[in-house]
Design a protein around this ligand. Structure first.
Ligand code: NAP
Length: 258
């Protein structure tokens, strides 16, 4: 994989899956902007920058804030050049509930960050990709967006929306060599799900693991490998694709023995 001289933005680049993607892009020589709301989470990158052939530039940005996104993306172009790649990875899940117990506040926060955030970033990235007649966007949806998940009404809806966004952007911008793809991860141990996993009893945890027929939860590397492929020119004839990276979860059949 080679990202030399490529400018790439990763939203939610300060932890979990996003952090791993940022690190790998820099290792492959890319110039990567890691966006997040909390600058204190970025200190981790100081040591990594010294070892990488590329460069990591952390930027404070709330993807749900249109004006903030416009300012940050225009600033990247002005200071560094045109964006080649975007990973819409920032995501939250404030409410694990059915519709009756989902507050309008949690619904709006989830849609605003997970879906409108990707709209905002894609809009300003595509403006720059258009100028270059080249670009690659990878949206991070979820098994929840493809299959629905019990008591995740806001999260599942936001993630299903990302699949629609992926396909619309892919068809609108294909002729200008801008590719847009989507990844649907199964469960990966990150801050987003750690609390949920901690509260499962032993048999609930076992059922969850067995629902991924490969027999384990995912790692951030499992997901970042797929993101890097779709972001890179190795996938230059793939667009509008929705790729499950879920240890077989989508097969819909828990496996208990070999
Ligand atoms: N872990 C899983 O099992 C799993 C499964 C399927 C899909 N996913 C998806 O994978 C993506 C990454 O999640 P993760 O598991 O790596 O969780 P994570 O460790 O909690 O990372 C989420 C990232 O999003 C950032 N973020 C949240 N709101 C933001 C905002 N308004 N503006 C900018 N950045 C924001 C967070 O940083 P700040 O809070 O500092 O802003 C953080 O860097 C999410 O879209 C998630 O839905 C995860």
């Amino acid at each position: 994989m080679n990202f030399k001289e490529k400018i790439i933005v990763v939203t939610g680049g300060s932890s979990g899956i996003g952090k791993e993607v940022v690190k790998c892009i820099a290792d492959y020589g890319g110039f990567v902007f890691a966006l997040g709301r909390s600058p204190d989470k970025f200190h981790y990158f100081d040591s990594i920058n010294k070892k990488s052939s590329g460069e990591i530039i952390p930027l404070k940005c709330d993807v749900s804030n249109y004006e903030n996104v416009e300012e940050v993306f225009n600033g990247i172009e002005k200071d560094s050049g045109l964006i080649y790649g975007l990973v819409n990875n920032a995501g939250v899940n404030p409410s694990r509930n059915n519709i009756l117990n989902t507050s309008i506040k949690d619904w709006e926060e989830t849609i605003k960050i997970n879906l409108t955030g990707a709209f905002n970033c894609s809009k300003f990235a595509i403006k720059q990709m258009d100028e270059n007649s080249k670009g690659s966007i990878v949206n991070i949806s979820s098994i929840a967006g493809l299959h629905g998940l019990q008591k995740r009404v806001a999260y599942s809806s936001s993630k299903a929306g990302l699949i629609g966004l992926t396909k619309s952007l892919a068809i609108d911008h294909a002729r200008n060599n801008i590719r847009v793809n989507c990844i649907c991860p199964g469960y990966v141990k990150t801050n987003l799900v750690n609390e949920y996993l901690k509260n499962l009893n032993e048999s609930q945890y076992e059922l969850l693991v067995n629902s991924h027929p490969i027999g384990r939860l995912g790692s951030v590397t499992d997901i970042s490998n797929a993101i890097l492929f779709l972001l890179s020119e190795k996938s230059s004839w793939i667009t509008g694709e929705v790729l499950s990276v879920d240890g077989g979860y989508g097969l819909g059949q828990p496996v208990y023995e070999k």
